[in-house]
Design a binder for this molecule. Structure first.
Ligand SMILES: C[S@@+](CC[C@H](N)C(=O)[O-])C[C@H]1O[C@@H](n2cnc3c(N)ncnc32)[C@H](O)[C@@H]1O
Length: 338
């Protein structure tokens, strides 16, 4: 029937698309799509899967800005504080990626997803805030001055941070420096490690009937230190989930403070190192044991400490992930939540 229809079409000089046999077709229909005001059609020698795959790739590249990047676009100016997410390059937001692909200058941090920089064109200036000549990292004042200086020269500057810029990321200071200098500044939120680390380890930060509150704290100074403004007493009494950043070296002091203020010593704890990165791993214990466990496991920063019954919930529900890899590929095995 198909052959007969094709023959009749040929006699009548009418194009005929044959879905059953692309080689016998006189025409192919393109896989088409629209993004950023551009419509594309792809014809891959009549191979529909290949055309659809290529169409998807082109549409994705147009949507996230990587395809036509800084060419033929309205030029942006000023500074964008972009939260780059916890480390996996797939966890930056679409808006963050779009702005990054249009940057003239990128000022980047050690914990930012630096693999994203590989996609930038060679003429983009990369300022590594974690390292300058003479071996020290840039001071916050030097970073602020660089943002303002480049923006004043008419460049579009992306300040790429790990996680979210406004959560222990000094984004507020950078925004204020730009505002004070009259430089337009915007913030693009990022996926913070405070929530990504528990999630990528299979630990729900809150869970119905288990924890209604989650407290994100910085443990860059230990409890009891005069520079600490964290209410450890209140946190011990609150009973919900505590997520501590910058706390690996002070994990013992944190656990002791919570126990001495009344939190049960058998409260479950997890430490997630290098969340969402290839070296991700999770060490678990209780407030009484976690310091020794983390030490003997050789846990190093960056790591997030999660304290509360949700850690036990994750284990009970069999969704706690203690392996060493964050891989979307796991979905294919059907075994893991990730
Ligand atoms: C200066 S704070 C910056 C936090 C960042 N602004 C955010 O929202 O994730 C650095 C701390 O973030 C945590 N951190 C950042 N990335 C991490 C990752 N991939 N895995 C575990 N912890 C991470 C660690 O506690 C680290 O000491």
């Amino acid at each position: 029937m198909n052959a007969a229809v094709a023959e009749e079409a040929e006699r009548a000089r009418v194009w005929c698309v044959r879905a059953d046999d692309r080689h016998a077709s006189s025409a192919w229909t393109p896989a088409s799509g629209t993004a950023s005001g551009i419509t594309v059609g792809v014809v891959a020698s009549g191979d529909p899967r290949r055309s659809a795959g290529l169409r998807d790739a082109v549409i994705e590249g147009l949507a996230d800005g990587t395809l036509d990047a800084r060419r033929g676009r309205e030029r942006l100016r000023g500074v964008a504080l972009v939260g780059g997410g916890p480390g996996d390059p797939g966890l930056i937001t679409v808006r963050g990626q779009q702005l990054l692909s249009q940057a003239d200058v990128v000022v980047v941090d050690r914990l930012a997803p630096t693999s994203l920089l590989d996609r930038l064109s060679a003429d983009v200036e990369i300022v590594d805030a974690a390292k300058i000549p003479y071996g020290r990292s840039m001071t916050q004042e030097e970073i602020n001055a660089t943002l303002v200086d480049r923006a004043r020269r008419g460049k579009f500057v992306v300040r790429l941070k790990g996680g979210d810029s406004f959560l222990f990321g000094r984004g507020g200071e950078e925004a204020a420096a730009c505002a004070a200098a009259g430089v337009p500044v915007i913030a693009v939120p990022g996926v913070t490690s405070a929530l990504a680390a528990p999630a990528s380890a299979g630990i729900p930060a809150t869970h119905r009937g288990v924890a209604q509150d989650v407290h994100i704290v910085s443990a860059h100074v230990p409890p009891g230190d005069e520079r600490s403004t964290v209410d450890w007493d209140g946190l011990a009494r609150a009973g919900g989930t505590v997520v501590a950043l910058m706390g690996v070296e002070r994990i013992e002091a944190v656990a002791d403070a919570l126990v001495s203020h009344g939190r049960p010593a058998d409260t479950p704890v997890a430490v997630v190192q290098e969340a969402t990165l290839p070296g991700q791993r999770t060490v678990t214990g209780t407030l009484a044991t976690i310091a020794a466990s983390a030490r003997s496991a050789g846990v190093r920063p960056p790591a997030v400490v999660i304290i509360g019954e949700v850690v036990k919930t994750a284990r009970d529900l069999d969704i706690l992930h203690t392996g060493t890899q964050f891989e979307t590929r796991r979905l294919a095995t059907g075994r893991d939540l990730q």
